[in-house]
Ligand binder design. Structure first.
Ligand code: MSP
Length: 520
C-alpha cells in the first residue's frame, strides 16, 4: 500500500432531508481515517464525500417546509452537512452534490450511453415503494405496522408505510449481469467485505436478478432522462454515479483513469446498491468495477439502528463539544469492530476517554516531556547502551507499525488501533519500571536517565505518527512539543518507528483534559 499507488476512498453521499447524526459521522470518520492513513503512507489519495439531493424524500421534506427542493438542499448543505466535516475533522479532497452541474451533465451522458447500447428499455412496474429507502420493496421486505400504522404493511427499516406505485418507467437490464457479478465475487473474494456482507450479497444474486426501474415520472425533482424529459432519473441510479462524475467521468478522462476505481465505505443498509446495482451499471457501460465495497455495521440505540426518523439520533456536536473531535474519532474507531454493529453509550465513551486517552496516552506524553524539561532543560538526550527493556520498547514500535498497516490493508481499523495501543501500554509500563524520577536523584545514573528518556521520547514520536490519522489534533500538538520537523502528517507512517523529532522539547498541555461535568 505504500508504493505511491492511487487510493480513492468514498463515503456514501448523504440525504439532505435532515441533519446528520453520529451514524453519518461514523461513516465519515472511518473513510477519513483510511484516507489519512493512505496519504501518510505515500499513496496518491483522494477522499470524496457529498450529498444526495434529488428524489421524493427531499422533495416532500422541502415542500413541507415551504421551500423549493434546491433551496432546502442549499440550506442543509451549508448549515448541517458541510459543518459536519469540521465537527469531526474530515480532510476530504472534494465534496460533490448531485445538483452540481458536473454531476448532472455527466450522469446524463452515462444514461444516454446505456440507452444507445440497448441496456435501457421502456416497461411498466407495480410495487411497494418506501420513500425513506427510496426503493421498491419485495413483499418479504415488509412487516406488519404497529402503533399508528397497525393494519398496514411497513418498511422493516423505517417502520413507516410503503406506497403502492404503478408506473410506466425506463428499465435497466440488470438481470443480464447476474453471472458476471457472481464471477466477480468469486474471483475477487475481497470485493465485498466483510465476509458476512459478501455472503449476503452472493446469496442474493444467486437467486437471480430482476431488471431495475430507473426513472420516475410522477414528480420532477431529479436529473432529466436525456431522451425523454417527462421522466427524471431514479434517485439511486443518479446518486451512485457521483463516484465517477466527481473524478472526471465524461469530461476529464485523465483524472478519471488516475482515480477510478474506488473503495466504497458504506453502511450495510446500502450494501446491495453498491455491491450489486452499481457494479452492474459499470459493467454495462464497459467501465471498471469498484476496487472494493466495505459494508460497516450500524450504531444501535436500544438494539435498533440509530435514526432521525425514529428520533434516536444523537448530533455529533453533542459529543465533540464535551470530548473534542479526536475523542469522537478514537472512540468509534476503537470501540466498534469495523464491520460489526455497535452500541453507543455515554458511560463507555467517558470511561475510554479517561482511561485510554487521558491516562493512557495523554498523561504518558505530558509526563515524559515534563521530565525532559525538568531533568535535561528540554534538550532531547541521546541513548547510550541499551538494555533488553529499552530494546523491547524500540522493537515494539517497529512491530506495531507493521501490524497496524497490515490491519489497515484489511480495513480492520479497530485492530490497527489495538496494535498501536500495545506501544502505549508498553511505554507506560516502561516508565513505571524504569522510574526516571528515581534515576534523577543520583548524578551517577545520569547516562541511564538520559537513555530512558531518549527511548521514551522515541516511542512518543512513533505514537504521534501512527495515531495522526485518528487523532489529528492531539498528535499535531504532541509533534510540535517533540520539536519534530515539518508537520506530523508529513511523516511516513510505514517508518513511524524512526525518530524524526527535534533537538529539544517544549512543555505540553494536557492532550485530553479531565472532564468534570457528568454527561449524557
Ligand atoms: N443517499 C443514500 C446513499 C447514496 S450513496 C450513492 C443514503 N443516505 S443516508 O443519508 O441515509 O446515509 C446513509 C449512510 O449513513 C449509511 O449507509 C451509513 O453509512 C450511515 N448511517 C446512517 N445511519 C447509521 C447508523 N445508525 N449507524 C451507522 N451508520 C449509519 O442512504
Amino acid at each position: 500500500m505504500s508504493d505511491g499507488s492511487s487510493t480513492y476512498i468514498t463515503t456514501p453521499i448523504f440525504y439532505v432531508n435532515d441533519v446528520p447524526h453520529i451514524g453519518h459521522a461514523y461513516t465519515e470518520v472511518a473513510a477519513d481515517v483510511l484516507a489519512r492513513w493512505h496519504r501518510q503512507s505515500g499513496d496518491d489519495t483522494w477522499l470524496l464525500t457529498g450529498t444526495d439531493e434529488h428524489g421524493q424524500k427531499i422533495l416532500r421534506t422541502a415542500t413541507a417546509n415551504g421551500m423549493t427542493p434546491k433551496e432546502w438542499a442549499d440550506r442543509l448543505v451549508e448549515s448541517a452537512w458541510k459543518p459536519l466535516l469540521a465537527t469531526v475533522n474530515i480532510a476530504n479532497d472534494d465534496f460533490i452534490r448531485t445538483t452540481d452541474e458536473r454531476h448532472e451533465v455527466n450522469a446524463q451522458k452515462f444514461l444516454q450511453h446505456l440507452y444507445d447500447t440497448g441496456y435501457i428499455y421502456t416497461g411498466e412496474y407495480e410495487g411497494y415503494y418506501c420513500v425513506g429507502c427510496e426503493e421498491y420493496k419485495q413483499p418479504s421486505d415488509l412487516v406488519d405496522g404497529i402503533g399508528e400504522y397497525t393494519g398496514e404493511l411497513v418498511c422493516a427499516i423505517h417502520s413507516k408505510p410503503v406506497e403502492l406505485l404503478h408506473e410506466k418507467n425506463y428499465f435497466f437490464r440488470m438481470s443480464a449481469f447476474a453471472d458476471q457479478l457472481i464471477d466477480l465475487y468469486e474471483s475477487n473474494p475481497t470485493f465485498v467485505q466483510p465476509e458476512s456482507a459478501r455472503n449476503e450479497v452472493m446469496s442474493f444474486v444467486r437467486q437471480g436478478l430482476s431488471d431495475l426501474s430507473i426513472s420516475r415520472s410522477s414528480f420532477d425533482w431529479g436529473i432529466k432522462v436525456p431522451w425523454d424529459e417527462s421522466h427524471v432519473v431514479y434517485v439511486w441510479f443518479d446518486a451512485l454515479l457521483n463516484y465517477i462524475t466527481a473524478v472526471g467521468y465524461g469530461q476529464d478522462e485523465e483524472n478519471f483513469s488516475r482515480r477510478w476505481p474506488a473503495t466504497h465505505v458504506v453502511g450495510k443498509d446500502i450494501l446491495r446498491f453498491h455491491a450489486v446495482i452499481w457494479p452492474a451499471m459499470l459493467l454495462a457501460a464497459g467501465l471498471p468495477v469498484p476496487k472494493q465495497v466495505f459494508g460497516h455495521g450500524w450504531l444501535l440505540v436500544g438494539g435498533e439502528k440509530m435514526s432521525k426518523s425514529k428520533l434516536t439520533g444523537i448530533a455529533p456536536s453533542q459529543i465533540t463539544e464535551t470530548f473534542g473531535s479526536d475523542a469522537f474519532r478514537y472512540y468509534f474507531m476503537r470501540a466498534i469492530s469495523f464491520g460489526q454493529d455497535g452500541s453507543f453509550s455515554w458511560e463507555d465513551l467517558s470511561a475510554r476517554y479517561q482511561s485510554e486517552l487521558a491516562n493512557g496516552f495523554g498523561n504518558l506524553a505530558s509526563r515524559v516531556i515534563a521530565m525532559v524539561v525538568r531533568y535535561c532543560d528540554g534538550v532531547i538526550p541521546a541513548a547510550a547502551t541499551l538494555t533488553p527493556e529499552d530494546e523491547l520498547v524500540r522493537d515494539t514500535g517497529r512491530r506495531v507499525t507493521d501490524a497496524a498497516s497490515e490491519a489497515i490493508d484489511r480495513l480492520a481499523i479497530h485492530e490497527a488501533l489495538a496494535s498501536v495501543w500495545e506501544l502505549v501500554d508498553e511505554l507506560n509500563g516502561y516508565i513505571t519500571s524504569q522510574e526516571p524520577w528515581g534515576l534523577a536523584k543520583d548524578p551517577a545514573n545520569r547516562e541511564r536517565l538520559e537513555t530512558v528518556l531518549a527511548i521514551a521520547l522515541r516511542g512518543l514520536g512513533t505514537l504521534a505518527v501512527l495515531l495522526s490519522p485518528v487523532l489529528p489534533d492531539a498528535t499535531a500538538k504532541l509533534w510540535s512539543a517533540l520539536g519534530g520537523t515539518g508537520e506530523v502528517t508529513d511523516q511516513r507512517l510505514d517508518r513511524a518507528w524512526e525518530w524524526t523529532g527535534g533537538d529539544s522539547v517544549t512543555p505540553l498541555q494536557a492532550l485530553f483534559p479531565r472532564i468534570e461535568a457528568s454527561v449524557g
